[in-house]
Design a protein around this ligand. Structure first.
Ligand code: ATP
Ligand code: MG
Length: 252
């Protein structure tokens, strides 16, 4: 899995709106988004939309496109990603993933969970303000990766994330390893090996059996635009459904 730091100039993750192409154009959209947020506040909350999937399935590509499309259609939306490497905890995770430090496996798992919990108040606040959050990996990746290591049960791995904001939609981008391989080689970060990724996929499949969550498995072998249309359609439905429901608690 490539979790390399992909921030580029003009693109900020997590704490602010995501600006894609023209800064000025997007600023106008941002302003419209804020006014729209205000007008929608009385209508209801935003939706928590999570993109998960195998390595190179197109999660980051689709998160960016989805946020832009939602904003452009007048639905306030922001992008987030986990791990968020910008926080102090995120920096510990970053050093570990880049193999600059070694940490005990339980510690790493708890740090990834802590990284989600430290952003929980912000996520909740944004959702309550009517802003939909499009999240690039969430607790499911956390559980799938640690439980792929020897000696870790799925149940133990899920515990620290119990009670986090429950996604209204989890889009799982499914891609055959041969198709994924054509999209680029594994990098040098931790976890980037095909054997490990196969076990990770099995763990994701176990998590997808949980019918209390709105899992949608998407065939990611399609073109970026076709995939986007499908993801946007699922997301719009989730936003409409979530609007008048309370924010749920994950795995509770
Ligand atoms: N539908 C698609 N068809 C072909 N190539 C794609 C498609 N979607 C994304 N790509 C390309 O595949 C590569 C991986 O895409 P992306 O970074 O969005 O995947 P990811 O799921 O976020 O990967 P990672 O697990 O490494 O974070 C990029 O080079 C991207 O341009
Ligand atoms: Mg990515």
């Amino acid at each position: 899995m490539s979790m390399c730091f992909k921030e580029r100039a003009g693109i900020r993750w997590g704490h602010s709106l995501y600006f894609a192409s023209s800064h000025i154009k997007q600023q106008a959209v941002h302003q419209a988004g804020i006014s729209s947020t205000r007008s929608k506040m009385s209508h209801g909350r935003g939706a928590l939309i999570v993109l998960e999937g195998v390595d190179k399935a197109g999660k980051t590509t689709q998160c960016k496109k989805l946020v832009n499309a939602l904003i452009e259609s007048g639905r306030p939306a922001e992008i987030m990603r986990f791990p968020d490497r910008t926080t102090q905890i995120g920096q510990l995770i970053n050093a570990y993933l880049e193999k600059k430090s070694n940490l005990e496996d339980h510690v790493v798992h708890l740090l990834f969970s802590a990284n989600r919990w430290e952003l929980e108040p912000l996520m909740r606040k944004k959702l309550e303000q009517g802003i939909s959050l499009v999240v690039d990996r969430y607790a499911f990746s956390g559980v799938a990766f640690t439980s792929a290591k020897p000696g870790f049960s799925l149940e133990w791995c899920m515990k620290p994330d119990v009670g986090l904001p429950k996604p209204d939609l989890v889009l799982f981008l499914q891609l055959h390893p041969l198709d994924a391989a054509q999209r680029g080689q594994y990098g040098s970060e931790r976890y980037e090996s095909s054997d490990f990724q196969k076990v990770v996929l099995q763990r994701f499949e176990q998590l997808m059996k949980d019918k209390s969550l709105n899992w949608q498995v998407i065939n990611a072998a399609k073109s970026i635009e076709d995939l986007h249309a499908e993801i946007k359609s699922h997301s719009e439905t989730a936003i409409t459904v979530a609007e008048f429901q309370p924010i749920g608690k994950l795995w509770k």
